[in-house]
Every structure is written in C-alpha cells, then in structure tokens.
Design a protein around this ligand. Sequence first.
Ligand SMILES: *[C@@H]1O[C@H](CO)[C@@H](O)[C@H](O)[C@H]1NC(C)=O
Ligand SMILES: *[C@@H]1O[C@H](CO)[C@@H](O)[C@H](O)[C@H]1NC(C)=O
Ligand SMILES: *[C@@H]1O[C@H](CO)[C@@H](O)[C@H](O)[C@H]1NC(C)=O
Ligand SMILES: *[C@@H]1O[C@H](CO)[C@@H](O)[C@H](O)[C@H]1NC(C)=O
Ligand SMILES: *[C@@H]1O[C@H](CO)[C@@H](O)[C@H](O)[C@H]1NC(C)=O
Ligand SMILES: *[C@@H]1O[C@H](CO)[C@@H](O)[C@H](O)[C@H]1NC(C)=O
Ligand SMILES: *[C@@H]1O[C@H](CO)[C@@H](O)[C@H](O)[C@H]1NC(C)=O
Length: 298
Amino acid sequence: MRPLAAIPLLCCIAALVLSFLCLFAGQKKNFMEDYNLLTLNTSRIGTNLLNDTASTSSSNPLSNLWHNITNGIENDLNEAAGDLAKALGIDDFYSAHILDYCYGDYTPTNLPNATVSSKDIHKNVTACSNTTAMFTFNPTDIVQRALNESGVDVTLADLDWPADIQKGIDTLRVVQKTVFVLYCIAIGLIFVSLIAALPAIFSSGRMAACLNVMVSTLGFVAIGLASALVTAVIVKGSNVVNKYGNEIGLEAQKGGKFLALTWAATALMFVTVLVWTFETCCGHRRRQRDAGYMPKHG
Ligand SMILES: *[C@@H]1O[C@H](CO)[C@@H](O)[C@H](O)[C@H]1NC(C)=O
Ligand SMILES: *[C@@H]1O[C@H](CO)[C@@H](O)[C@H](O)[C@H]1NC(C)=O
Ligand SMILES: *[C@@H]1O[C@H](CO)[C@@H](O)[C@H](O)[C@H]1NC(C)=O
Ligand SMILES: *[C@@H]1O[C@H](CO)[C@@H](O)[C@H](O)[C@H]1NC(C)=O
Ligand SMILES: *[C@@H]1O[C@H](CO)[C@@H](O)[C@H](O)[C@H]1NC(C)=O
Ligand SMILES: *[C@@H]1O[C@H](CO)[C@@H](O)[C@H](O)[C@H]1NC(C)=O
Ligand SMILES: *[C@@H]1O[C@H](CO)[C@@H](O)[C@H](O)[C@H]1NC(C)=O
C-alpha cells in the first residue's frame, strides 16, 4: 500500500478533466463559451472610414450604406456605428475555440456610454459553427462570408481590410492544427498515467513507481507543449489583429480563462511527475524504515 500515490491519481483525474474541457469548451452555444482562445470584436468595423467616405462622393458602397443608415438617426454616430456592422451582416464578436468558433452580439450595447459601463456589457452568443477536428480560425474568411450572405454590395477592399492580418493568421494555421493533435495525444497519455497509477497504489515496488515516472512525464510533456503552442497562437493572433486591425475598428482580446485552464492541467501533471519521482527515489528507503529495517553499522 502506498498512500502517497493517491496524490498523483487525483492530479491525473483533474488534469484529464481540464484537458477535455480545453478541447471541448465552446463546442455548444451555452457550454463554457467564455473559455475561448481569443475574441474578435468586430462591433466597430468600418467606423473610422466613415469620416472619409461620408465626405467623398457615393463611389464607395460603404458610404451609400452609411448614408442610408444615418438618414434615420443623423445625430448619434456611436449608435449608428453599431448599425453599420449589422447592416453589413457582421456580428459584434467572433470567438475562437479549439474545434469551432462562436458569434453573437454585445448586450445591452457594444460601446460603454454614460449609463452602461464596460462591466455591464455581456456577450450574447447567437450560435457556434460546426465543430471540425482540424479547425483553424480565419477572420478574413468569416467576415467575407458574412458580407456574401448579407447581400450588401460591400467588399473587404471597401472596408480597407488589411492583408497583413491574413498573412499573420496564415503563419498560425499549422500551429493551430498541431495544438489540436497535441491535446488529443495529451489526453491519451494522461489517461494512461491515470490507469498506471492504480496498481502502483497497491504495489510498493520501485518498478511500479518508476514506470509511472516515465508515463506521467510523457503526459506532462504533451500537455506542456500543447499549452505552450496554444499560448503562442493566442498571443500572436491577438497581437496581429490589434496591430493591423485597430485602424479599421477590429479588436482582439486574449482568452485568459482558457490559458488558466490549460496551464492548470500542465501544473497538475508536473505535480504528478514530482510525486512519482519522489516515490521512486525515496519511497523505497522510507518503506524499509517503516518495516523496522535499519542498516547495521560495523
Ligand atoms: C471624424 O472627424 C472628427 C474631426 O476630425 C473627429 O472628431 C471624429 O471623432 C471623427 N469620427 C470618426 C468616427 O472617426
Ligand atoms: C440606400 O437606399 C436606397 C433607397 O432606399 C436604395 O435604393 C439603395 O440600394 C440603398 N443603398 C444601400 C447601399 O443599401
Ligand atoms: C447607453 O446605451 C443604452 C443602450 O443602448 C441606452 O439605452 C442608453 O440611453 C445610453 N445612454 C446614454 C447616456 O447614451
Ligand atoms: C440575446 O439574443 C437573442 C436573439 O438573438 C435575444 O432574443 C435575447 O433577448 C438576447 N439576450 C439578451 C440578454 O440581450
Ligand atoms: C453543420 O452541420 C449540419 C448538420 O450536420 C449541416 O446541415 C450544416 O450544413 C453544417 N453547416 C456547415 C456550415 O457546414
Ligand atoms: C464570397 O463571394 C465571392 C464572389 O461573390 C467568392 O469568390 C468567395 O469565395 C465567397 N466567399 C465566401 C467565404 O463564401
Ligand atoms: C469593441 O471594440 C471597440 C474598439 O474597436 C471598443 O471601443 C469597444 O469597447 C469594444 N467592445 C467590447 C465589448 O469589448
């Protein structure tokens, strides 16, 4: 019997659950949508072009659309800006997950004002895309499809959509697919670590502990690598969008909750490796001492 082995067993169970949640968060509309990789805020898209286009002639379809919208409201530019995204058929936000993306509108409004502070603004998820195994988040594609479906005569070029966003996202495509594969491998290895820990609780041999060191180290490396790569995707992705997209009203927010989830799973596997290593190195001697065996001197 090895009571200390209960710690890695519990850690493996928790790490397994957390890794599953990383993979499947946001798979459905109401299932952990706030655990996203990043949120693309498109609610103000095209707003800063309005000053230019409104003054120029009606050669740009965006200004036509703008004139049609402002005819009704006229005075409140901020309110009309939200309507511009709506008129283009673009939702307020798009949030990326490992397997899909979700979209919807900010409620009660997309911009804080005197009565509505930024804390009061919540996401109202409309729906999520179909889940795909090797999903890659592609803002250009999403916005293009929204424009196509809304039937307005506005193209990405009219919105001054920066090509650099696509270039930046393209470099992340392979990494995003690798992240998915790594999470699958990590889940498999953590599960094996969990199974391997069961007999090691009852057998006090050093072999069992040593085997567990090897299996749990593999699991730790897999989930650690997945976490590192997904962190790179999140940081690089939101930096690219904010660097090139801010001037056309795009904004990206890093998914802090997802990062906490994946690094918590990694930390749990690290604890597992530590405990098994301790058991391998020191457990044997301790058990001998417990059994009354003391090395004789002289
Ligand atoms: C339009 O230009 C005016 C003055 O140049 C500025 O105060 C205003 O914020 C601009 N509006 C937008 C939507 O950029
Ligand atoms: C603006 O409104 C006019 C008349 O209602 C319509 O013919 C035109 O197609 C609209 N333009 C856009 C870009 O929606
Ligand atoms: C703030 O936005 C809300 C929701 O659109 C609106 O009801 C309210 O009147 C706005 N407040 C001000 C001061 O503009
Ligand atoms: C969320 O959006 C739906 C329609 O898409 C609407 O019926 C519902 O009232 C919204 N919820 C909130 C809290 O605004
Ligand atoms: C999503 O899946 C449903 C049912 O499986 C299918 O009817 C629909 O066309 C799919 N949507 C997309 C965008 O692939
Ligand atoms: C949008 O429409 C254009 C042409 O109308 C087409 O070339 C493009 O593939 C479409 N994009 C999407 C994402 O549907
Ligand atoms: C969305 O982005 C705009 C700027 O592009 C920002 O002013 C606004 O506060 C953002 N909305 C939310 C809910 O983050």
